[in-house]
Write a protein of this length. Sequence first.
Length: 170
Amino acid sequence: MVYPHTSNWDFVIGMLYRLGHAVPVHWLGKHSLFRWPFAGLLRRIGGIAIDRRTPGGAIRSIVDEFDRRDFMWLALAPEGTRSYTDHWKSGFYQIAVAANVPCGLGYIDYPRKILGIDTFVIFSGDMDKDIEKLRAFYADKRGLRPGQASEIRLHTPAPALTDTETRPTN
């Protein structure tokens, strides 16, 4: 995962890092980016289109992809956007736990002009404990637009309703 993701420049810099270090990284992007005339190019440089309207299916398909391969690097931004949100999406965590793969903690720290992946973690399944580790690691990392960096906490979806329940309306 790469955090903070606050600028379109993050992608360009990430691709230069990928090329310069010859790391065969795949990356996730919203499906609307994968349109003609760029779709073929984006896939050739490691892009995997994700339709965010069907999040559960995307997670399962990525876990299946890890199962099919002997080795795969996958880069993603836990915020799922360059804009500010008050939480991270939980997909990166669900993928890492379900696929039983280590999570590399990547970053682009603009003020210090450094980027990299220098720590790998295997999540324990204790989400609160694991998120605390991530907060500690990323505490001193700053994106190009620090005010757009999302809070390091996972979104907790509302519990599913039973057949007889209805969700209150405002």
